[in-house]
Design a protein around this ligand. Structure first.
Ligand SMILES: C[S@@+](CC[C@H](N)C(=O)[O-])C[C@H]1O[C@@H](n2cnc3c(N)ncnc32)[C@H](O)[C@@H]1O
Length: 222
């Protein structure tokens, strides 16, 4: 779905979220408990590395692994990591659904714009298999507002976004598919249920301004 959009992704995400992506990533990092050590960190669907680089900035001594299914996005991320001379990030071309095949355990699993796109049972099972005891998972994604007024605003805004995206190479179908997926997804409840079935506890969720995105955090059983 994303393969023709790697070169323009970083600009498009800032423009189409009106800069709110900066805030969401900031809140995502803020939701990571500060009272523990994270030796190994996994960034799910790391894309062009926007979140991966923020993780590396906050945890310069951790070992960070980013996985993504789109090779062209990983190529952009690789170039950023190389040009900034960052040495603690490894990128792996693989789907989130196969994260259990990664070697070793992680103390923290993060992901921005991920849950709506992936199989949530596999995601919960992967977190269960790969997180260390008391390891933390923090995920962020779009949601559809519950208030009818904000829903109307959200729908109207996406129509404007889609008109804008029609003119951008590779984005026409991607933007249409994205809207359909966001509108149909109930990821926050479905993921919470899937994680609960795996014994995760200490759930925390934070709805972002205008009810258009949410952050969900949970802790792996010990
Ligand atoms: C909207 S981008 C988000 C990228 C990055 N997390 C960020 O916040 O900028 C969505 C990413 O999910 C990746 N993706 C979609 N489905 C995936 C899957 N099943 N496994 C791994 N990556 C996936 C896409 O390749 C794309 O890079």
């Amino acid at each position: 779905m994303f393969s023709d959009t790697a070169e323009t992704y970083d600009t498009v995400v800032v423009l189409t979220t009106l800069g709110m992506d900066y805030w969401w990533k900031y809140r995502l990092m803020k939701a990571v408990p500060a009272d523990r050590e994270y030796r190994r960190i996994l960034d799910l669907a790391c894309g062009t590395g926007i979140s991966t680089l923020k993780i590396a900035e906050r945890f310069p001594n951790s070992e960070i692994v980013g996985i993504d299914i789109t090779k062209s996005y990983l190529d952009v991320a690789t170039e950023k990591i190389r040009s900034r001379k960052i040495h603690n990030i490894e990128l792996v071309h693989m789907p989130v659904e196969e994260m259990a095949e990664l070697p070793g355990e992680f103390d923290l699993v993060l992901g921005s714009f991920v849950p709506k796109l992936v199989d949530l049972e596999s995601l919960a099972a992967g977190c269960d298999m790969k997180l260390s005891p008391h390891g933390v998972v923090v995920l962020h994604d779009f949601i559809v507002p519950t208030s009818w007024l904000l829903r109307l605003g959200f729908r109207t805004y996406w129509l404007l976004v889609q008109s804008f995206m029609r003119m951008r190479k590779g984005w026409r179908e991607t933007s249409q598919n994205l809207f359909r997926i966001i509108w149909e997804s109930n990821w926050q409840q479905d993921l919470r249920n899937a994680l609960e079935r795996k014994g995760f506890t200490d759930f925390f969720s934070e709805t972002q301004p205008l009810q258009v995105a949410r952050i969900l955090r949970a802790v792996h059983p010990g």
